[in-house]
Design a protein around this ligand. Structure first.
Ligand SMILES: *[C@@H]1O[C@H](CO)[C@@H](O)[C@H](O)[C@H]1NC(C)=O
Ligand SMILES: *[C@@H]1O[C@H](CO)[C@@H](O)[C@H](O)[C@H]1NC(C)=O
Ligand SMILES: *[C@@H]1O[C@H](CO)[C@@H](O)[C@H](O)[C@H]1NC(C)=O
Ligand SMILES: *[C@@H]1O[C@H](CO)[C@@H](O)[C@H](O)[C@H]1NC(C)=O
Ligand SMILES: *[C@@H]1O[C@H](CO)[C@@H](O)[C@H](O)[C@H]1NC(C)=O
Ligand SMILES: *[C@@H]1O[C@H](CO)[C@@H](O)[C@H](O)[C@H]1NC(C)=O
Ligand SMILES: *[C@@H]1O[C@H](CO)[C@@H](O)[C@H](O)[C@H]1NC(C)=O
Ligand SMILES: *[C@@H]1O[C@H](CO)[C@@H](O)[C@H](O)[C@H]1NC(C)=O
Ligand SMILES: *[C@@H]1O[C@H](CO)[C@@H](O)[C@H](O)[C@H]1NC(C)=O
Ligand SMILES: *[C@@H]1O[C@H](CO)[C@@H](O)[C@H](O)[C@H]1NC(C)=O
Ligand SMILES: *[C@@H]1O[C@H](CO)[C@@H](O)[C@H](O)[C@H]1NC(C)=O
Ligand SMILES: CC(=O)N[C@H]1CO[C@H](CO)[C@@H](O)[C@@H]1O
Length: 640
């Protein structure tokens, strides 16, 4: 223990005071060559530490959010074209009786604005959300074994334009994209010492072997040094820096948690540039200056491969992601300032979207970690102050004095970001309902822990709907289908099976995608594990992923043999409307079965405690009320 204590140094770990005695990590250089061979994207100039670089000849600038970025617009031309063949393949095995869906795609294929435009959104909810969401992505991925058999939905991922994630869902999106569009099966197949080994909690760090040459002491030392390096270079740090670093060891398939991986480097990979995968988006909320509570008027930000920013009127602008950390004033880099690169560390982006899990660090006293580590983290938390324990600090604020100077953000040197689910919009729909993106259908995976026993009850959709009602205010022209209250969700069972919202496009305040709501539900596994359970062995992980696969496919269409057809109809609905194509009878039947028809039943329901639909052996019993009580205090604050 004394040995470990000496290595770590309690003051330096705080990252708040300069640590003049810290030595660079000597093991890094030796591993660099290995890492370059593994991945194509470790392009940060100096690992986790942002670095001053000379600005390119045309200095980076912010742009207004009036349109999509030129990068996205030109990328979309390739991507939309590249979804044509996957959609035809998809409709080869997901069919609509008496309607040639593949032929329809062929017919409209030379007209991008007629083609269906598909998005997938994966909610927050910690590891539960990562695993349940992974089940859906696995079901939608044509690379998954048997996923293109009858009754399955493989190929929907390849047909999609956008894939958004938030909080625990951002860990999933990051795991896929930072690891070269890795499949879920490949992530599951990784072994000891590599990624997705959730049996080793964030408190222990990875096992030795595989990628890692670390023991727990090295792990904490590396995290300490990485954050101290950023602080020493003059950048503010917060708990989220430690959190993001720790997460990276579980999610990024590279040695030492891949400190060189940036989120913006996703845009530089050839496969992405060729439009061979959907565009990833991660969502995070801004904490309004001077406010501690995150309400429905919080500004919602997105990280996409090129940019960081928001369509909300409070910001209404985007900064080039690669140059985050650069001092912008009114959207420009002043002549006497240099540019900064390496701020958009991939783990930091995922950490920013999931700052609720700073709670993991706050709960450090209940772990079996050595007491000196508890003391060190307690000291960090104390120094930051309770008001700031759930933020990621973005300083300098790229939107300083930007365009809308009456915005409270414009006068702030620092931007305080929080978990994307803290405004209760726990499904990252915001980027996907922007009219400029013209999305037709969103497959919305909800792994929220809304009810007493950690099942979703529609709270997230309600929050997005209510926000959309302020069209001239914070919603800034976005629209959303009408959504009933949560009691109705429970009483009508809308959270026990897929439900469509917005089937009738005339029953909306403006153009909005059709929402295919996919709530977490027990098929063969109680997948309602606690948001704050930090560790899962691979057996439980794989069981929850398989359960998620069943949620998406309705148990490979055994719960409803028509389900794949209904998915096809949801995909085609808006497109058929645009091309004045008569709705096939089978689709009409699907819509009458799956669309919420406007009925409400707002009586208070009793506790929602679903049984496993498929029965059979389960690994876990549903969490008892006693266990849940342990998390009750946190749950009040955390809807995720
Ligand atoms: C990160 O990149 C820098 C510059 O390319 C390199 O010197 C360093 O060894 C890299 N570190 C790792 C861990 O790959
Ligand atoms: C992790 O990296 C190794 C080495 O490049 C590669 O063989 C493996 O497929 C990667 N795994 C994932 C899930 O990306
Ligand atoms: C994005 O677009 C800008 C301006 O059109 C261009 O300079 C930049 O290289 C693009 N970024 C990427 C990663 O392609
Ligand atoms: C569209 O994709 C097909 C192959 O999928 C390719 O042959 C064609 O050149 C692409 N067209 C455009 C305009 O990119
Ligand atoms: C795929 O289907 C085959 C044939 O039905 C079956 O033997 C195999 O176990 C399936 N694989 C998976 C991963 O379900
Ligand atoms: C957000 O709403 C709260 C409560 O309604 C209000 O006090 C606050 O001023 C609002 N903030 C902004 C930035 O509109
Ligand atoms: C650039 O000039 C501004 C305004 O004079 C000043 O506040 C800032 O500190 C200067 N930056 C540097 C790096 O010298
Ligand atoms: C852990 O316990 C110690 C001693 O009771 C206390 O001082 C410290 O604040 C606690 N840390 C946290 C993060 O709650
Ligand atoms: C729905 O979830 C919210 C929390 O998100 C909770 O306050 C409410 O009581 C729940 N209602 C029902 C009917 O489950
Ligand atoms: C709508 O948004 C505006 C600006 O954000 C705010 O001032 C107003 O109070 C909001 N209205 C409602 C009903 O929430
Ligand atoms: C849409 O339908 C719902 C439920 O019937 C209704 O309450 C709402 O007012 C309608 N909205 C519009 C814009 O037509
Ligand atoms: C459609 C709409 O209302 N757009 C507005 C969004 O916010 C910006 C900045 O306040 C306005 O300029 C747009 O008109």
């Amino acid at each position: 223990m004394r040995f470990l204590d000496a290595i770590l140094g309690s003051v330096a770990l705080a990252g708040l005071l300069p640590d003049t005695t810290a030595t660079p990590l000597d093991s890094l250089a030796a591993d660099a060559a290995v890492e370059v061979a593994r991945r194509a994207l470790p392009n940060a100039p100096n690992g986790y530490t942002p670095v001053n670089v000379s600005c390119p000849e045309s200095r980076p600038t912010l742009r207004s959010a009036t349109a999509l970025s030129p990068n996205e617009t030109s990328w979309l031309e390739k991507r939309r074209n590249n979804t044509i063949q996957p959609m035809k393949d998809f409709f080869g095995h997901v069919t609509v009786a008496n309607f040639d869906a593949a032929g329809y795609i062929d017919k409209v294929s030379n007209n991008a604005s007629a083609l269906p435009n598909i998005a997938i959104a994966v909610s927050g909810g910690g590891y539960r959300a990562l695993m349940n969401g992974a089940g859906t992505i696995k079901a939608f991925d044509s690379r998954t074994e048997n996923a293109t058999a009858s009754g399955h939905l493989g190929g929907l991922l390849q047909s999609a334009t956008y894939l958004a994630g938030l909080s625990g869902g951002s860990w999933l999106v990051g795991s896929i994209y930072v690891n070269n569009f890795s499949s879920i099966s490949a992530l599951q197949a990784e072994t000891v010492g590599s990624v997705w080994e959730f049996g080793n909690s964030i408190f222990e760090g990875p096992d030795e072997g595989g990628l890692q040459i670390l023991d727990s002491a090295d792990y904490f030392k590396q995290i300490r040094d990485a954050v101290a390096g950023k602080a020493d270079a003059g950048f503010s740090t917060s708990i989220t820096d430690y959190w993001g670093r720790a997460l990276s060891y579980q999610l990024i398939n590279a040695t030492d948690g891949g400190p060189n991986y940036t989120w913006s480097s996703i845009a530089l990979t050839q496969d992405f540039q060729d439009g061979n995968m959907p565009m990833p988006i991660v969502v995070s909320d801004g904490r309004n200056p001077g406010e501690l509570l995150i309400g429905s008027n919080a500004t919602v930000f997105e990280f996409n491969p090129w940019e960081f920013g928001s369509f909300d009127p409070t910001i209404y602008g985007f900064a080039p992601l690669e140059y985050l950390g650069t001092k912008f004033v009114d959207g420009k880099v002043p002549n006497n300032e240099t540019c900064v690169r390496g701020f958009d560390n991939a783990g930091y982006v995922m950490g920013t979207s999931s700052t609720l899990f700073n709670q993991f660090l706050l709960q450090i006293n209940s772990t079996s970690l050595p007491s000196f580590l508890k003391d060190i983290f307690s000291k960090i938390l104390e120094d930051l102050g309770r008001d700031n324990e759930d933020i990621a600090e973005y300083r300098p604020n790229p939107f300083y004095e930007f365009a809308n100077r009456s915005s409270p953000y414009a006068s702030q040197q620092s931007l305080n970001m929080v978990d994307g689910g803290e405004d209760l919009e726990n499904i990252p729909l915001h980027p996907l309902i922007q009219p400029e993106r013209h999305v037709d259908v969103i497959f919305a995976v909800d792994s929220s822990a809304d009810t007493t026993y950690s099942w979703p009850n529609g709270t997230s959709l309600v929050a997005t709907y209510e926000r959309s009602l302020n069209r001239t205010g914070i919603a800034n022209g976005t629209a959303f289908p009408a959504i009933p209250d949560q009691n109705t969700f429970v009483n009508l069972g809308l959270n026990t099976r897929p439900t469509f919202f917005g089937c009738n496009s005339s029953n909306m305040t403006g153009p909005s995608p059709l929402i295919v709501y996919l709530p977490n539900y027990p098929y063969m596994e109680f997948s309602n594990v606690s948001t704050f359970d930090p560790s899962y062995d691979n057996t439980q992980r794989d069981a929850i992923i398989l359960n998620g696969y069943n949620v998406a496919t309705m148990a490979n269409a055994t719960r409803d043999s028509n389900w794949p057809t209904c998915v096809a109809c949801a995909i085609l609905s808006r497109s058929m409307e645009r091309t004045n194509t008569a709705v096939p009878d089978n689709c009409t039947q699907c819509f009458s079965k799956y669309c919420w028809n406007g009925t409400v039943d707002s009586r208070t329901p009793s506790d929602f405690e679903p049984l496993r639909l498929l029965g059979g052996a389960s690994l876990a019993v549903p969490p008892t009320s006693m266990l849940m009580a342990a998390f009750a205090a946190a749950a009040v604050f955390l809807a995720a």
